[in-house]
Design a protein around this ligand. Structure first.
Ligand SMILES: [Mg+2]
Length: 233
């Protein structure tokens, strides 16, 4: 059975006005000076840092400062909570409904903490559309976070999937899929959706168009059904 699994930030939701600014403002709080948004993005994406607390920590370090990690998380959460209403939905519920009609199990693997994932699923009416969600609280151990393949493995296992497609927007997503294939040997395609962040990274399929993404995923969903039909006695 083939599953289709989605990243949240930069794929389902545009977080340029929330998380990216939360990194910037938290770093500025610890550094006591301004940090350009361009530097935040450069550090986060060039270093493939998926978790935004880690990204904030790295920005502070790069600018010559230091921070207590727990305090950083606390400040970051306050700032993010103030900015989170600025997030915009990118992929519509309709796309997920169409895929569900093809009987493809749908999953989420995200670096969001559970509370932030619940917030966004509730806000955009997506809660009932995913069979399994794996967030940062489900992973627990910091060493097992994306780009480690464990979160994807956990999602694939819970979905009972033998093959899959993962839709992500950055290099940490690509690396997670790459390591997953190496460690677990199951075929998972990496789809790079670059509507929000323009990056040049290798992928099995790459597009900035929602319509092209929709066509590709529907094709994958049908192919999955086809394979299953052929294999019946
Ligand atoms: Mg993302």
């Amino acid at each position: 059975m083939k599953a289709i699994i989605f990243d949240v930030d930069g794929v389902i939701v545009d977080v340029r006005e929330s998380y990216h600014y939360a990194i910037k403002e938290t770093a500025e709080l610890f550094l006591g000076r301004e940090v350009p948004l361009s530097a935040v993005k450069e550090i986060k994406f060039s270093k493939s840092i998926n978790n935004d607390w880690d990204a904030t920590y790295e920005v502070i370090k790069e600018f010559g400062g230091e921070a207590d990690y727990d305090e950083l998380v606390e400040r970051f959460t306050e700032i993010y909570n103030r900015l989170k209403d600025r997030e915009k939905q990118i992929l519509p519920a309709e796309l997920f409904r169409e895929l569900k009609e093809k009987e493809v199990p749908l999953g989420i693997v995200t670096g969001r903490p559970k509370e932030d994932l619940e917030f966004v699923l509730e806000r955009f009416g997506l809660r009932d559309l995913f069979d399994v969600t794996v967030d940062e609280d489900d992973v627990g151990n910091r060493d097992l976070r994306k780009p480690h393949p464990y979160p994807l493995h956990l999602c694939m296992e819970l979905l009972g999937a033998e093959e899959g497609v993962y839709v992500g927007d950055n290099n940490a997503d690509r690396e997670m899929v790459y390591y997953y294939r190496k460690m677990y040997g199951k075929p998972v395609k990496f789809v790079h959706f670059k509507k929000v962040v323009e990056l040049d990274i290798p992928a099995d399929f790459s597009t900035e168009s929602e319509e092209k993404l929709r066509s590709f995923l529907l094709q994958e969903a049908c192919r999955s059904q086809g394979v299953e039909r052929v294999s019946l006695p």
